[in-house]
Write a protein that binds this ligand. Structure first.
Ligand code: 4NP
Length: 148
């Protein structure tokens, strides 16, 4: 799961999917998140994202920000990006067509072919975080169902 800062959207996507896989008793799937930027490496998620997640029974407080690296193409089969800017920044790091084929806009899982972004909530209010939660919950439901 990849966003810009790895403190709002992607840590939430990571934990929502992890929880759904756990409920579905799906094992041996590695889920992680990263940011394309390096601003928040080693930081805990944004307080507003942590509090919103907690209201939905999801704990992202222990996550520590890290930056997306080219090695992630080797470690993961699918790289879900939140928006078109993340998509561009991740694709710049791709070494070949195989790497490029792993990169997907996450909302194409729940809204196939629409190329919808998960809006960046960082500069907005609480309603932005709630929208992000609902969009990611829908998408992760579809992703989790693939493993059943
Ligand atoms: P995220 O949100 O990409 O969902 O983690 C942001 C976090 C930090 C910044 C922008 C977006 N920033 O400009 O520092």
């Amino acid at each position: 799961m990849v966003c810009l800062g790895n403190i709002c959207r992607s840590p939430l996507a990571e934990e929502i999917l992890r929880k759904k896989l756990s409920i579905a008793k799906v094992k041996n799937v590695m889920v992680d998140s990263a940011g394309t930027a390096g601003f928040h490496i080693g930081e805990h998620p944004d307080k507003r994202s942590t509090e919103n997640a907690l209201r939905h029974g999801i704990d992202i407080s222990k996550h520590l920000g890290r930056q997306f690296s080219v090695h992630d193409f080797d470690d993961f089969e699918v790289i879900y990006v939140m928006d078109h800017s993340n998509q561009k920044d991740v694709l710049i790091k791709a070494r070949n067509e195989h790497d490029r084929s792993k990169v997907r806009l996450i909302l194409n899982e729940s809204y196939p072919g629409e190329d919808r972004p998960v809006p960046d909530p960082y500069f907005g209010g609480e309603e932005g975080f709630e929208l992000v939660y609902n969009l990611l919950d829908e998408a992760c439901e579809v992703i989790s169902a693939k493993f059943k």
